[in-house]
Design a protein around this ligand. Structure first.
Ligand code: AMP
Length: 290
């Protein structure tokens, strides 16, 4: 008999289904998303499919991780298309709650952290990670999976979630997955749909500038100021681009470092955020220091 994918908007129903799978001794993989799914999300879902008996995908545009004036209202949504993609990959359950189901009247409990969230995206989006941690923590309670899958595309988010899980002794393995790109190098993102043709071309400056930075690193440069300067210069050549940040931090705790050698656990994160017109895009690479 063909198995049917469950789509649920209810916390209770979803939790009961996961409990039933756990009772049967089945492992569960969770892929948290905001929907409008693309190949980047697909890679996470496929990894979850390979490594677990059951796969749950959450599709929720989380209002509390958007700041005032950000794109919460205009964020693209297409549940039917998303559900079809999930089904084709063999996802077992899609959790798609309304905001009122996740945040009922009187909601006032948040998950926050002192470190990791102040630099990079935390500078221009000061309440963003509090919103992310709160929703991810809620999702882990609703769907107590064995593993949860996050993309390196949002590298700071991956580091924050890993830290939260460690600090709160949450019983879940966080699996980081590589960045999936368009053929021309642009990192896949639901927000790429905001770009017009001219901006789409201009957006290539993100991956191009990082490639130049990486070349410098591969040629032996370890001074982060020199690497950042090289990247910023490439971005500066694109007239539609405006830099939000170009930063190099220790990936383990998201603190700025002067030399790549200073990364305590051997991973330096070079991350950028750039406005192309009104659209803010992010990209990064991680350098493994030997
Ligand atoms: P979002 O729907 O944008 O919140 O993303 C949901 C998950 O998909 C996050 O863990 C992202 O890091 C991941 N993701 C988004 N874009 C990509 C990409 N281009 N490559 C890999 N993972 C991605």
């Amino acid at each position: 008999m063909e198995k049917k994918m469950i789509i649920s908007g209810k916390i209770e129903e979803t939790r009961n289904q996961i409990k039933e799978w756990k009772r049967q001794g089945l492992s569960v993989g969770l892929v948290p998303t905001m929907g409008y799914l693309h190949e980047g999300h697909r890679s996470l879902m496929e990894a979850a499919r390979r490594e677990n008996d059951k796969v749950a995908v959450s599709i929720f545009v989380n209002p509390i991780q958007f700041g005032p004036g950000e794109d919460f209202a205009s964020y693209p949504r297409d549940l039917d298309k998303d559900a079809a993609l999930c089904e084709s990959i063999g996802v077992d359950l899609v959790f798609h709650p309304e905001a009122s189901e996740m945040y009922d009247e009187g909601f006032c409990t948040y998950v926050d952290m002192d470190g990791l969230t102040k630099e990079l995206c935390g500078r221009s989006r000061p309440t963003h990670f509090r919103g992310v941690q709160t929703v991810v923590s809620k999702l882990f309670h609703i769907i107590p999976a064995d593993r949860a899958y996050f993309g390196q595309k949002d590298a700071q988010q991956l580091a924050v979630v890993r830290r939260m899980v460690r600090d709160m002794s949450m019983d879940i393995e966080i699996v980081g997955c590589p960045i999936i790109r368009e053929q021309d190098g642009l990192a896949k993102s639901s927000r790429n749909t905001y770009l017009n043709d001219e901006e789409r071309q201009a957006a290539l400056v993100l991956s191009r500038s990082l490639a130049e930075g990486r070349k410098l690193v591969e040629a032996g440069e370890r001074d982060t100021a020199a690497i950042k300067k090289c990247i910023a210069e490439v971005i500066g050549q694109e007239k539609l681009a405006r830099i939000d940040y170009v930063e190099i931090v220790d990936f383990s705790d998201i603190t700025p470092i002067d030399s790549l050698q200073d990364a305590k656990e051997g991973e330096a994160l070079c991350a950028i955020a750039v406005y192309i017109g009104k659209t803010r895009l992010i990209d990064n690479f991680i350098f493994h220091v030997s």
